[in-house]
Design a protein around this ligand. Structure first.
Ligand SMILES: [Ca+2]
Ligand SMILES: [Ca+2]
Ligand SMILES: [Ca+2]
Length: 451
């Protein structure tokens, strides 16, 4: 009996992956289902709430500005204001894409709208419908958005009509791909069609990383899935649930060239928001997908294999106990932000959801990144000239900004080589900071001491 007890304790310990020093901090509470949270290049979190609010949050103070309230949004079951994506070159152009459900006459319907960010007034303006007439229902509404290159990807659910997922004349049960203005790309799988892939039940998480498109979707009472989405391929629903492993499924899989999931979960855990982690703040999480779950109320690490096209292990991240988890985003400096989805169990008026930051308080980005030779100022302290050294500049678009002790910018530029000279002639002796940025925001800071 005692031995069994210890074995249970031991197996519980191994069921969770320990991540040294992972600390959780509630950044903001009293929210209503932050359905999509995404990191902006302005170092703010952009997010939707299911009741029709599009917001922007400063992630240290938790200060929120409401950018837009869409009165057209109608919450019905799982429907409401759902996905959001920023243009990949935001703020040039300053486009924000949002998907939501509303009443189109007497028909519950989803649409995708493009807004323009007016930075002067900190508001969204000029809503412009991009895609209309996506079927919606109380369940299975899809509506995750992702922009990659010039293309906007939209997931759609089967809206409780399973057979629609195999009907390539219909937009439901699909992943759609359009150009940023809503037009249909010439290289989509079928001429004149928005369809990119089909046979989906209810995709709820998408992320593009490693030149791959990873996706999560809900199964029925079995077989939640993680997939890699490929152009023009069939993902099986409703003829195939999870892997091609039943006799009828095997026939359909062969006939329709069905793509099997990387991993499937039975019983289901209600897989949801998905992102990719590869930062030294949490070395054990590097090269992993991070996945939220609703029913299972856990944050999962899905460690990728060496070729990044399979999952070598799945484990729960143990610092996270906040109930149902809807979505996440990752800051360029390695912090993980998650949003909860507990208001849906409590009626539409209770705002009990949170955005939470997971970070390592002992992680000193200057020290750790310097240990990886990522960012170094040589020499430091400096007299008239130093070198900004950045390791691994390949495929990175890096810029820097030098600020003085009172926050004034005194120099800036781009980094195109691992070593870039920086003249400090004329600087008043004292303390300065270099901020290193990629296209997603600030990734590292370091002190410069001018003698
Ligand atoms: Ca997200
Ligand atoms: Ca499938
Ligand atoms: Ca199966």
């Amino acid at each position: 009996m005692k031995r069994t007890f210890y074995l249970v304790i031991l197996s519980l310990l191994y069921a969770y992956t320990a991540h040294a020093q992972m600390t959780a901090r509630v950044v903001r509470d009293s929210l209503f289902i932050p359905w999509e949270i995404t990191w902006g290049p302005d170092d703010h979190i952009w997010f939707t709430q299911k009741n029709g609010y599009i917001c922007r949050m400063e992630p240290t103070s938790g200060h929120i500005d409401t950018l837009y309230h869409e009165p057209e949004v109608v919450i019905q079951g799982e429907g409401g204001m759902l996905g959001l994506a920023l243009h990949p070159n935001f703020p040039t152009p300053p486009f924000v894409y949002v998907a939501y459900d509303y009443m189109n006459g007497s028909t519950y319907t989803a649409k995708v709208v493009k807004y323009q960010y007016d930075a002067t007034n900190n508001k969204l303006i000029n809503p412009q419908g991009l895609i209309a007439n996506i079927g919606a229902a109380n369940y299975h509404n899809g509506c995750r958005l992702m922009m990659e290159g010039n293309y906007l990807y939209i997931t759609t659910g089967d809206a409780t009509n399973p057979s629609v997922a195999q009907d390539v004349t219909k937009v439901n049960g699909k992943i759609l791909r359009v150009v940023q203005d809503g037009s249909i790309p010439a290289d989509n799988p079928m001429p004149g069609s928005m369809l990119w892939s089909w046979g989906h039940r209810n995709p709820q998480g998408v992320v593009y990383a490693n030149n791959r498109f990873y996706e999560t979707e809900h199964g029925p009472d079995n077989d939640d899935e993680v997939n890699i989405i490929q152009k023009g391929r069939n993902y099986g629903w409703p003829n195939v649930e999870g892997y091609c492993d039943k006799p009828a499924e095997l026939t359909f899989c062969t006939d329709s060239n069905v793509v099997e999931p990387l991993k499937a979960w039975t019983p289901t855990i209600a897989v949801c928001g998905l992102d990719y982690y590869d930062h030294p703040m949490f070395p054990t999480l590097q090269k992993s997908l991070i996945m939220c779950t609703l029913k299972d109320s856990s944050l999962y690490q899905l460690k990728l294999n060496g070729t990044l096209d399979g999952i070598s292990s799945a484990s729960k991240i143990n610092a996270v106990h906040y109930g149902r988890l809807r979505d996440l985003c990752i800051s360029p400096d390695g912090r993980i932000f998650i949003s909860t989805s507990n208001s849906d169990a409590s009626g539409n008026t209770n705002r009990i959801d949170k955005i939470i930051e997971l970070y390592d308080p002992s992680f000193n980005s200057v020290k750790q990144l310097a240990a990886n030779n990522f960012l170094k100022i040589i020499p430091n302290p400096v007299t008239d000239l130093c070198t900004i050294h950045v390791n691994d500049i390949a495929n990175r678009t890096l810029t820097y900004k030098i600020v003085n002790a009172i926050g004034e910018t005194i120099a800036s530029g781009s980094l195109e080589h691992t070593d870039t000279p920086l003249a400090t002639t004329g600087w008043t002796p004292g303390l300065y900071f270099i901020q290193l940025r990629n296209e997603r925001g600030t990734i590292a800071t370091a002190k410069i001491i001018r003698q």
